[in-house]
Design a protein around this ligand. Structure first.
Ligand code: P6P
Length: 335
């Protein structure tokens, strides 16, 4: 007897019934993101056909301008988030300032969404997996007017939902609304995200560490000592250069991902609001930990600007704790 398929829509609606206070707004938002993910997935899968479809900036056979995939993904997410009218504002890695949703209905909506529309997009040309990362907050500004910057500059602990879509051998949407983490695999034959990974729990430790070891000589002492320790422990270096892909592996088989400060990125490279916060929220919901190299919990950092960067050490709890001990032992900065 085939097991019952649970689609993303069914799951979201069922979960909404589990929480009496839940209203339809968040449900509508998550479904909008699911639709955008299907549209982006279609184009990401066609990316390899550039020679046929034309490269970004060129005209395709229909005389349409071919967009860079990250800009395409950005536009589709913005378009889809207007569908349910539940989002009053958007902040994107691709837009310098936040976007106030134009329709009157959306203006008074109570959620804001932040996203990296296509993280790791430089990998597309070489057919390596990439991802969309999203983060949802309840607005804090008055409901009777347009959203404000303060709605976006909230600590990660205030997120009401976060997740990512990984476009790889399968397209999988992983999200949490604060009650565990669940994964949904896109079944192209029915065009639905189907529940495939229920209640994801990150292993307490893993065999992999994930860092751009090419910067070894530019890391601080504590980071170099930790990398030496990983090597002494015969851990495997696994680094795809696409955060969503590295985190997806760590969620399932354990491990630790690190992007510390370097000379080029003294504050770290990854963005706090739409990379580190949503990823840290998910990993914590799955039983993992996420700190920066100053040992602050990522989700407790008070943002001061939309595109600010952060250092991050995230993954299996026992491995993050071990890394914390190296920072405490070797760091020149008192912790
Ligand atoms: P580096 C991709 O550009 C990205 O933002 C993340 O997805 C990835 O983890 C990181 O940057 C890779 O950076 O400096 O190692 O190439």
């Amino acid at each position: 007897m085939p097991s019952k398929i649970t689609t993303l829509d069914e799951f979201i609606i069922r979960r909404q019934k589990d929480f009496s206070y839940a209203t339809g707004e968040l449900t509508g938002l998550l479904r909008d993101i699911g639709v955008a993910a299907k549209i982006v997935n279609r184009e990401v899968n066609r990316a390899g056909l550039v020679n046929i479809l034309g490269a970004a900036g060129e005209e395709n056979s229909h005389g349409e301008q071919v967009q860079k995939l990250d800009m395409y993904a950005n536009d589709k997410l913005i378009e889809c988030l207007q569908n349910s009218g539940e989002c009053c504002g958007i902040a994107s890695e691709e837009n310098e300032d936040f976007i106030v949703m134009p329709t009157l209905e959306s203006k008074n909506a109570k959620y804001v969404v932040l996203f990296d529309p296509l993280d790791g997009s430089s990998n597309i040309d070489v057919n390596i997996s990439v991802g969309t990362i999203f983060s949802i907050y309840r607005r804090v500004s008055p409901l009777d007017g347009p959203c404000k910057l303060e709605d976006f500059l909230q600590k990660g602990v205030e997120q009401v939902a976060a997740g990512y879509i990984i476009y790889s051998t399968s397209t999988i949407l992983v999200y949490s609304t604060g009650n565990g983490v669940n994964g949904f695999t896109l079944d192209p034959s029915i065009g639905e995200f189907c529940l495939s990974h229920r209640n994801i729990q990150i292993p307490k430790r893993g065999l992999d560490y994930s860092i751009n070891q090419g910067y070894y000589s530019k890391f601080d002492l504590e980071m170099r000592r930790y990398i030496d320790h990983c090597s002494d422990e015969n851990l495997r270096l696994r680094y795809i250069g696409s955060m969503v892909s590295d985190i997806h592996r760590i969620l399932f088989i354990g491990g630790i991902f690190l992007y510390p400060n370097t000379r080029k990125y003294p504050q770290g490279k990854l963005r706090l609001l739409y990379e580190c916060n949503p990823i840290s929220y998910l990993v914590e919901q799955a039983g993992g930990k996420a700190i920066n190299t100053l040992l602050q919990r990522i989700l407790e950092i008070q943002p001061v600007e939309l595109h600010q960067r952060a250092t991050i050490v995230v993954g299996s709890p026992e491995m993050v704790d071990e890394m914390k001990a190296f920072i405490q032992k070797y760091s020149a900065v008192p912790n």
